[in-house]
Design a protein around this ligand. Structure first.
Ligand SMILES: Nc1ncnc2c1ncn2[C@@H]1O[C@H](COP(=O)(O)OP(=O)(O)OP(=O)(O)O)[C@@H](O)[C@H]1O
Ligand SMILES: [Mg+2]
Length: 256
């Protein structure tokens, strides 16, 4: 069974002028896969992640996570599903600045009433993996963007979700911090067998994926697998982006 099954997924935003944001998107993601979603601005990446996250409802089509359609769950169970089976990494980190880094990372476990000893153990290992053990007592304003994103990754993995959804996780970072954060995200997902779906404009970030799916105007365009080295994959991604081009793809986001 695939971990994620996206079937004929479509989204039309109603309004004075209706926007067709996604058009019959189909793909599957296997357990442990790290999949990137790329496409020009406005191509539907965030819409796709929001539908998978059950933050928004599809117009038609289905999302199955571990074989279940979370959109069919009653409201409370949907919320529970979201916080227990999914992990989120956002462009703006979304850490709470009234909490310490430790409290932020532990939030998903606090909400799940996890025993304290288990919390401490999981916190220790995630913090160590992400190189933030020394920052746990600090608050968000006392640490860098790259450090905040590493804390956000710790928070996204600590409850061992089925699927981690990341929307432009490197979008607020400089290129060095971005590459570091991606290296760590790839490492921790590999070590723990986590499944990740990440929307990004950043070809370097995408080169850490096993596979990149390209969408254009809300439609599936193409997909490429990493196979060989990360550098060769990076080049293939750049080539695909230039093919995709035209529709105002922001090439300034491509570093190097
Ligand atoms: N809440 C909304 N209401 C109406 N239209 C929306 C809404 N959210 C997104 N759209 C439209 O849907 C389309 C897809 O938007 P989306 O945010 O998914 O693109 P994106 O690929 O994430 O873009 P970016 O790379 O700029 O983040 C765009 O035309 C956008 O204007
Ligand atoms: Mg977006």
């Amino acid at each position: 069974m695939s971990l994620l099954d996206v079937r004929q997924l479509s989204k039309i935003y109603a309004g004075k002028v209706a926007t067709r944001a996604l058009h019959h998107i189909d793909f599957t993601v296997e357990p442990g896969e790290f999949v990137g979603i790329m496409g020009p601005s406005g191509s539907g990446k965030t819409t796709l992640l929001n539908l998978i996250a059950t933050v928004d409802e599809p117009t038609s089509g289905e999302v199955l996570i571990e074989g279940r359609n979370p959109h069919l769950l009653p409201r409370r169970e949907k919320a529970l599903f979201r916080r227990s089976r999914l992990g989120f990494v956002h462009q703006q980190f979304n850490l709470l600045d009234t909490l310490t880094i430790e409290e932020n990372i532990l939030l998903p476990l606090t909400l799940a009433d996890t025993p304290l000893s288990e919390m401490a153990e999981r916190l220790g290992s995630a913090a160590e993996r992400l190189g933030i053990s020394g920052l746990l007592a600090k608050r968000t304003r006392e640490i860098s963007g790259g450090q905040m994103q590493r804390a956000a990754i710790a928070r996204a993995v600590i409850h061992r979700p089925a699927l981690i959804l990341a929307d432009e996780p490197t979008g607020s970072l400089d290129s060095q911090a971005a590459a570091e954060v991606m290296g760590l995200l790839a490492e921790i997902s590999e070590a723990e067998g986590r499944t990740v779906l990440m929307a990004t404009h950043d070809a370097v970030a995408a080169s850490f994926c096993h596979r990149v799916i390209f969408i254009k105007d809300g439609r599936f365009y193409n997909e490429i697998y990493r196979g060989g080295s990360r550098n060769a994959f990076f080049q293939n991604i750049i080539d695909m982006l230039s093919l995709l081009g035209g529709a105002g793809y922001d090439l300034s986001a491509i570093r190097r």
